[in-house]
Ligand binder design. Structure first.
Ligand SMILES: C[S@@+](CC[C@H](N)C(=O)[O-])C[C@H]1O[C@@H](n2cnc3c(N)ncnc32)[C@H](O)[C@@H]1O
Length: 278
């Protein structure tokens, strides 16, 4: 038994319960913005074999194909894969566990993984698998969310939970969700996993909000996250209602830009490295 086996179980079960279409509706405005940065750090050149790991509804597969590469999307959730096949019927999607990839050694030129690493119980195991399936000289890039102080979506939910409920609820312990948001940690762990030429970058984006959509936080937490959804579900009924009301208030009055309209900043951290040629 590993330290985070229980966490892995709830993550994997959690992703089986999330409908691909609902995830896509929640994630489509922001998550795909990481893809050009990942493909800059780990290029999908013409003819390259590219794995889009933890592909969810398939973001990254079309972009890799447009570069002339031969991509495959890999994910552990059948509902996600099912919806990826609906969205992108011309592309290949296969079931797989990132910790135990069902591909031969040295069979890919490039692996990208957008917002998957923070859901893995054993990221180092995944890095070692990615290194195994990469050809010598092949490149790997992944993205994670920056810390909550730079991501109001997470920060405001956590603040509302601390104000009306508790962060001390009984949920399986996993790796720190923001471990890789720290550039030094990412660099050290990737280098220990056998990658060289590690680069890290912050990508800041800002998305216009719909002020009539008061439940946007709650719905996105339910449809696009596992840990945050479980944290909200674990609160008492009155605490949860107070948290939801606080988050509705944020939409009514909160995160506004200079023109008085709602705008939500997001910070993504992108990390890339190379499998040594020898
Ligand atoms: C936040 S979603 C990211 C989806 C997409 N890449 C994006 O950028 O929106 C995390 C994805 O990781 C997948 N996942 C979680 N654990 C996994 C594992 N061990 N192996 C493969 N995929 C996994 C989930 O099924 C889910 O589709």
């Amino acid at each position: 038994m590993g330290e985070f086996d229980a966490f892995k179980k709830v993550e994997v079960e959690g992703w089986q319960k999330i409908q691909g279409e609902k995830y896509h509706n929640a994630a489509k405005v922001v998550a795909p913005l990481a893809i050009p940065h990942l493909l800059d750090l780990a290029p999908a050149f013409p003819g390259a074999k590219v794995m889009v790991l933890a592909c969810g509804p398939g973001y990254g597969v079309t972009e890799a194909a447009e570069c002339g590469a031969d991509p495959v999307g890999v994910d552990i959730s059948e509902p996600m894969l099912g919806y990826a096949r609906v969205l992108f019927p011309e592309h290949r999607f296969e079931w797989g566990d990132a910790e135990q990839l069902n591909y031969q050694d040295a069979s890919f030129d490039t692996v990208i993984c957008s917002f998957g690493v923070l859901h893995f119980a054993y990221p180092q195991k995944v890095f070692s698998e990615v290194r195994r399936v990469l050809k010598p000289g092949g490149r790997f890039a992944f993205s994670v969310w920056g810390t909550p102080d730079r991501n109001p979506f997470f920060g405001l939910i956590l603040q509302a939970v601390m104000k009306h409920g508790s962060l001390n609820v009984s949920l399986p312990q996993g790796p720190d969700m923001f471990l890789f948001a720290n550039h030094e940690n990412s660099k050290t762990i990737l280098e220990k996993s056998g990658f060289t030429s590690v680069q890290t970058r912050d990508v800041e984006v800002s998305v216009k909000g719909d002020e009539s959509d008061e439940d946007v936080f709650v719905r996105n937490a339910n449809d696009a996250t596992v840990r945050t959804r479980l944290l909200l579900e674990a609160q008492s009924e009155p605490a949860r209602e107070a948290i939801f009301e606080e988050l509705r208030d944020v939409v009514r009055n909160g995160v506004r830009n200079g023109e008085g309209t709602m705008e939500m900043p997001f910070c993504m951290v992108c990390i890339g490295g190379q499998k040594p040629v020898k």
